[in-house]
Design a protein around this ligand. Structure first.
Ligand code: KG4
Ligand code: ZN
Length: 351
């Protein structure tokens, strides 16, 4: 079910197609500036990469090539529009895997060229940051965003679209990456985060007293590689015939998840204190984690997160961010290229 969310700012309708292909999900969506999200389609390559235990870039690019055209057709059909009604095409320009990005970029720009409409490259993390705007009650600016995904973990002060100040972030593993690595220790399938969260439901979060990383240091930087090592050492200590199973596995998963949630709670509190803001937006794949959501709800702040379907990578967030920027008159300059690395603070502001 699509939640219709119009961006009240616009009186003129502008319908934008959004394409996400930065990693292992092909996402396509249609967003209207007056009617909200009209459709979204997603193909996850998780099964393709599962047997390798992580994303294989070459396979990711090939799968995007295979799936993208059909997803675009389906997204237009379910939105009930003809492609000639599109006023712009937005696509993920970075950060991400360069080959995977190039598939979306080439397709989007060729389509825009054919239709004689503007194309616009969207920053993947801006897509995640703005995804809560697709919820029934979009958070007003300003807010602190905690962006926790497979590739990033950052605290950002968000004053408006394109007004971002990085407050801190991980100095090693991303939060989702730590979930995936600990899940791998427990022989859970890739991507491990959601499997670990499921297993943790029947575990005892207090059984293993892991230390919360970096909480004694000032600031909001994060680090997860030490926690991952603590989990590894513990797993080795309790393994039977080289594997951690049953209740032991559930307890380890729950203790790890609990420590992550406690650490992020402390850092979120600090980020809110530092900025004086009273609103927190949780975004990125790990925003799907229910234990984390429950813990952050205890903060003395209004908490928002995207609808479940738009936490992990998707086309809707790209269509939305693209529509806001295209409606403000921004578009690609000639020769724009994939940006596998792209600081969020370089984005131009809107409004
Ligand atoms: O935002 P995303 O789809 O991709 C990146 O931009 O990285 O995030 C994917 C990450 C993966 O590491 C995945 O394991 C994690 O988000 N994730 C979760 C949950 N659902 C997805 N981690 C913990 N609990 C979840 N429920
Ligand atoms: Zn992402």
């Amino acid at each position: 079910m699509i939640e219709y969310q119009a961006y009240e700012h616009y009186s003129r309708d502008m319908i934008v197609l959004g394409i996400e292909s930065s990693c292992d999900e092909t996402g396509v969506a249609v967003y209207s500036t007056t009617q909200g999200l009209l459709s979204h389609e997603l193909y996850s390559q998780a099964k393709t990469h599962a047997e390798y235990g992580g994303v294989v870039p070459e396979l990711a690019s090939r799968d995007h090539v295979r799936k993208l055209p059909a997803l675009v057709r389906r997204a237009l059909d379910s939105a009930g529009i003809d492609r000639r009604e599109l006023a712009g095409v937005a696509y993920t320009q970075g950060p991400g895997l360069v080959g995977a990005l190039l598939v979306g970029i080439s397709y989007a720009r060729a389509l825009a060229e054919t239709l004689d409409v503007p194309a616009l490259g969207v920053h993947h993390l801006e897509g995640h940051l703005l995804a809560p705007m697709l919820s029934p009650e979009p958070p007003p600016f300003p807010f602190v965003a905690l962006l926790v995904s497979g590739g990033h973990s950052q605290f950002i002060e968000v004053l408006g679209v394109g007004q971002y100040r990085l407050l801190g972030g991980t100095i090693d593993d991303a939060t989702g990456e730590a979930f995936d690595k600990v899940a791998k220790l427990l022989d859970l399938p890739y991507p491990g985060g959601p499997h670990l969260a499921k297993l943790a439901e029947s575990g005892d979060p207090k059984r293993f007293g892991f230390t919360r990383p970096m909480v004694d240091r000032p600031g909001v930087d994060l680090s997860f590689s030490g926690l991952k090592t603590q989990a590894l050492v513990q797993a080795k200590a309790i393994a039977v015939d080289g594997a951690v199973r049953g209740q032991d596995a559930a307890d380890l998963a729950a203790s790890f998840e609990h420590t992550v949630a406690e650490t992020l709670f402390i850092k979120c509190k600090r980020a809110l204190q530092e900025t004086g803001l009273k609103r927190l937006v949780l975004a990125g794949g790990v925003a799907a984690n229910q234990t984390l959501r429950r813990r952050l709800a205890d903060l003395d702040a209004e908490l928002s997160y995207p609808p479940m379907a738009y936490c992990t990578d998707n086309g809707a967030m790209i269509a939305y961010a693209g529509a806001i920027r295209l409606a403000a008159g921004q578009q690609d300059s000639t020769g724009s290229r994939a940006r596998p690395r792209w600081p969020l603070e370089e984005l131009p502001r809107v409004g």
